[in-house]
Each structure stands twice: as structure tokens, then as C-alpha cells.
Design a protein around this ligand. Structure first.
Ligand code: F6P
Length: 548
């Protein structure tokens, strides 16, 4: 079977057309019937690789579906695109950049070239500098301007320069040095900075200004205000060098801001913001969990990278997960995917995945600039279980929308207290069972339910889910989980023929906000030339701000 060129319309490919027929045939088929027809289904549609177990049997698929989805992956050239990414080719065509987050976790001695230069030695140089710095903070060897040790670390960043660090800190908090306090400031709303710093002693506080470009309005505004907050107490410009470090690719802007570039940790334009938590952007993570644990995190990422690179597609976790996402988005009109981690430490994982998935695949033109005539990236959302069960699961169980869901659980808890963990995991298994099989009217009646109440108590079932199980939430496992979703997003992007690595959609709002900020700050009434709604809102804000 040949690989069709990416320009061939996706809908015209043989696999797509066969999948449409397959979906049609499955539309009325219930998971109850699929399980009844095949007692081995649970095992047949489960794989274990690199310590991650994926049960995808509770999906509305047959063996034919998987065969056709794999054929689609082949026709769309997923393997070729993957190899191009690993080889450092400039697959981010609209920004003319390589996409090499996999190089961030390549072990010493591996060889990955960008523009003819091996980037792995540089990666390890930065990691070594980060390790040295992290140890100095952790041990107290790095002193603040007045000689006190650092006790608080505040990461200032937004998007990929915030969500990865805060998610990883929360996820790996168990491994963190407990006499250090970590805070994360992202929103340009002054409340974020005010609340993050209100109980901190400036003499004991280190700010990490994390920004790939070092031009992001929110981050620079917060960093400037943080510097004022620091100097309001320390009253000496020289203090900045002891209390501010930067993580960026932009040395010139870092030094323009007033941070000594000796205190800067670099990375490269081939690391996308939302793919950067394992670059120097992870400095706060490394300070929290220590360099050894950070390297375990990288090792986990690398393990999954190698799996994605080498495992046959029918046993390739990110390939299967990516294809299933395409299946529901395009053949079942599912608008969303719920991510439901049954581990409190993963409470920011859904928020992290929102940027990873939606900034990557929220696109509507192909690499060639043509409008797509199929659905692309779904909305990702979620909350940790069991909290979600008592809030939005009602809609997943009985609503009119199809919401494919990923359940994530662990065999061991890091905090064994009584029978909490068994209860937690019982809920994972119960939910996926209830979603898939539901409860028939006959079953409801057999419970003695009055007839008028029966329709309300029926669960249709046939709601799809994946279950991902791992041994415990340790640094390696977190790395594997994140890489699993990174590569799943990649697979989806290749199928849809979109650029998963640019984010032009965030630009327009930024430009307009700059212009409007000028209009809000102007002393005299500015001439407003927006639409009538925006003009009126601006006038109202200017007036009410003045009078209240
Ligand atoms: O919101 C757009 C974006 O460019 C994200 O992709 C990025 O993660 C974020 O802004 C922050 O950018 P920077 O790290 O350059 O401050």
C-alpha cells in the first residue's frame, strides 16, 4: 500500500472512505453486543508497553476499525512524518523550524542534528548548569542579597512557560523538597502576583522569569512588578542578580530586562512552548524534585519516544490513542475528549493537556493552506476523579453528547491511608463499566422502579473510554504520560495534515489588546474606530473606571 501525498484530500483516501462505512455499520452497535460476541475483547484490545497499560476495548470499534485506522496512518505517512521529526527536519513549515522536543530527553551520546549540528551536547550542557544551580538553591548555598537562603521559588511565565512547570510541580509534589515553597504566576491580572507574593519574604524569594521569546506581555509585566516588589524591600538594584534568573531563547531581551545573562538558562527555537517542560523551562521542577528525579522524568519521556519511534503501529500506544481521537472527532462528531486522572497529584494535567492538544491541533487549514473539510482537534477538558463524578459526569452518562474519555489510574498510591486507594480505583472501573454498558429499562424495572421513573433511570451506555493504568505516579511515569499525549497529538496532526507546531491563532488578540491598552491608558478621550460594540464597551470602561 503506497503512501498518498499529503495534498490528497483526506476524505478521498481509501481508508477514510472505508472508515465511513465502518462507522455507519457501527452506529447502532452497542458495546454490550461487541463484548457479548467476543469474550476475549478486553484482552484483544489492550496493550502494555513501557509500564503503561492501555485498555481500549470499551471503544466503539471492531478489529476492522483498527485495521482501517492503521491503514489511514499508513496512507497519511505517519511513519515518514515521525521519522522526519526525529531527524530534525523543519516540519514546522510556517515557522521554518525543526520540532525536536525529543532531543531534550535524548541521553548523552545520542546524535540529533539541526542544520548539520548535533544538538544533544548543548542540551546536556544546559541540564548540567541547571543541576548545579538547582543544587545550590536546594542546599542553601545560593544566598539572597542579604545573605539569607532562598526558601521561595516563584515561576513567572504563561502558556507553555507556566502550564508544564505548574503541572509537573503538582504531579511530583510528593518528591519535592518540602522546606521550599513554590508559586506560579501567569495571569496579567495583578491579583495573581499579589496573592502569590503576599506572604513571602523578598529576602528569601527567587523569581524565575520563564519566557521562550521574552517578549510576552503578561510575563514581562509580572516580572517588572515582581522586581518592584523585591526592590521595595531590598532597595538596591544589585539585589536583582541574586533574586532573578531567566529561562529563555532570547539573550538580548533578557539582558535588556536587567537580568545578568550569567543567570540565564537557554533553550532553542526548535522547542515549542507547549513542548518545553523538559527544557530549561523545567527549572522550577528541577529545583523542587532535584536533578536526579528530573533526569528520571527525562528518562520516562525518552522511553516513550523510543516506543513511538520503533514499536509497530498496532502496538504503538500514541499511534492507537491518536487514531482513536480522530475516529471519534471525524466519524462520530464528538466535539470533546474528557481526561479524567484518578490521582489528586494530576489535578493540573487536564489544563496542561488543553494547551498541548488545542494549541497544537486547533487548526482549520492544511499544511498547504487549504481549508479542511473535516473536523480537526477536539476540545480537551477534565478534572481529577472522583470530583468530576459529582459534577459533570451526569452529562457524560445521560446527556445527548458523545464524550470519549481517558481514565488514568495507578496500582499504588503514594499516600496509603486506610482503604482510600481501593475506593478511588473502584470508581475508575465502575465508571468505565457504567459508561460502556449502562442500565437497560428491563434492569431498571427489575429493581422495582415505578414505570414513570424508568426513562429517567435508564443509562443507555455505549459511551466510549480508554483506561490507562500505571504502577505509580513517579517521575518516569509522568514523563511517559506526557510523551504519550505529545505523540498522540502528533499522529492526529499528521492525519489531519495540519501544522501541530505553530499557533498563529493567538496573534490577533495580542495585537488588538496592545492597541486597546493604548486607548484605555490615553489621558484624553481617544478617537475609537472599532465596531460599535467594542467602542461602547471601551467608553463604558473608561467612564466607570474614572467614576468609581
Ligand atoms: O499563547 C501563545 C504562546 O506563544 C504559547 O505558545 C506559549 O507557550 C506562550 O505564548 C508563552 O510564550 P513565551 O514562553 O514566549 O513567553
Amino acid at each position: 500500500m503506497g503512501t498518498t501525498t499529503a495534498t490528497a484530500s483526506l476524505r478521498q483516501t481509501p481508508a477514510w472512505q472505508a472508515l465511513e462505512e465502518n462507522a455507519e455499520a457501527l452506529r447502532e452497535t452497542h458495546l454490550r453486543d461487541l463484548f457479548a460476541a467476543d469474550p476475549e475483547r478486553g484482552e484483544r484490545f489492550s496493550i502494555e508497553a513501557e509500564g503503561l497499560f492501555l485498555d481500549y476495548s470499551k471503544n466503539r470499534i471492531t478489529e476492522d476499525t483498527i485495521r482501517l485506522l492503521l491503514q489511514l496512518a499508513e496512507e497519511r505517512g505517519v511513519a515518514e512524518r515521525r521519522d522526519a521529526m526525529f531527524a530534525g527536519e523543519k516540519i514546522n513549515v510556517t515557522e521554518r523550524r525543526a520540532v525536536l522536543h525529543v532531543a531534550l530527553r535524548a541521553p548523552k551520546g545520542e546524535h540529533i542534528e539541526v542544520d548539520g549540528e548535533d544538538v544533544v551536547p548543548e542540551v546536556h550542557e544546559v541540564l548540567d548548569r541547571m543541576s548545579e544551580f538547582a543544587e545550590r538553591i536546594r542546599s542553601g548555598a545560593w544566598q539572597g542579597h542579604t545573605g539569607k537562603r532562598i526558601r521561595n521559588v516563584v515561576n513567572i511565565g504563561i502558556g507553555g512557560s507556566d502550564l508544564g512547570p505548574v503541572m509537573a510541580y503538582e504531579a511530583l509534589r510528593y518528591y519535592s523538597q518540602r522546606d521550599l515553597t513554590f508559586r506560579f504566576v501567569s495571569n496579567v491580572d495583578g491579583t495573581d502576583l499579589a496573592e502569590a507574593t503576599r506572604d513571602l519574604d523578598p529576602e528569601e524569594t527567587l523569581f524565575i522569569v520563564a519566557s521562550k521569546t521574552f517578549t510576552t506581555l503578561e510575563t514581562l509585566t509580572n516580572a517588572r512588578s515582581a522586581r518592584e516588589w523585591l526592590l521595595a524591600t531590598l532597595d538596591d538594584e544589585a539585589a536583582v542578580a541574586k533574586h532573578f534568573v531567566a529561562v529563555s531563547t532570547n539573550e538580548a531581551e533578557v539582558s535588556k530586562f536587567g537580568i545578568d545573562t550569567a543567570n540565564m538558562f537557554g533553550f532553542w527555537d526548535w522547542v515549542g512552548g507547549r513542548y518545553s517542560m523538559d527544557s530549561a523551562i523545567g527549572l522550577s521542577t528541577m529545583i523542587a524534585i532535584g536533578p536526579d528525579n528530573f533526569r528520571r522524568l527525562l528518562a520516562g519521556f525518552h522511553t516513550l519516544d523510543e516506543h513511538f519511534r520503533t514499536a509497530p503501529f498496532e502496538r504503538n500506544l500514541p499511534v492507537l490513542m491518536g487514531l482513536l481521537t480522530v475516529w471519534y472527532a471525524d466519524f462520530f462528531a464528538a466535539q470533546t475528549v474528557a481526561v479524567l486522572p484518578y490521582d489528586q497529584y494530576l489535578k493540573r494535567f487536564p489544563a496542561y493537556l488543553q494547551q498541548l492538544t488545542m494549541e497544537s491541533n486547533g487548526k482549520s487549514v492544511t499544511l498547504e493552506g487549504a481549508h479542511v473539510d473535516y473536523e480537526t482537534g477536539p476540545i480537551f477538558w477534565g478534572e481529577p476523579g472522583t470530583n468530576g463524578q459529582h459534577s459533570f459526569y451526569q452529562l457524560i452518562h445521560q446527556g445527548t453528547k458523545l464524550v470519549p474519555a481517558d481514565f488514568i489510574g495507578f496500582s499504588h498510591t503514594l499516600n496509603p491511608i486506610g482503604d482510600h486507594h481501593d475506593l478511588l480505583m473502584a470508581n475508575v472501573f465502575a465508571q468505565t463499566e457504567a459508561l460502556a454498558f449502562g442500565k437497560t429499562p428491563e434492569e431498571v424495572r427489575a429493581e422495582g422502579t415505578e414505570e414513570w421513573l424508568v426513562p429517567h433511570r435508564v443509562f443507555e451506555g455505549n459511551r466510549p473510554s480508554n483506561t490507562i493504568l500505571a504502577d505509580r505516579l513517579d517521575p518516569e511515569t509522568l514523563g511517559k504520560l506526557v510523551a504519550l499525549y505529545e505523540h498522540s497529538v502528533f499522529v492526529q496532526g499528521v492525519i489531519w495534515n495540519v501544522n501541530s507546531f505553530d499557533q498563529w491563532g493567538v496573534e490577533l488578540g495580542k495585537v488588538l489588546a496592545k492597541r486597546i491598552a493604548g486607548e484605555l491608558e490615553a489621558d484624553s478621550e481617544p478617537e475609537l474606530t472599532h465596531d460599535s460594540s467594542t467602542n461602547a464597551l471601551l467608553r463604558r470602561y473608561r467612564n466607570t473606571r474614572r467614576t468609581s
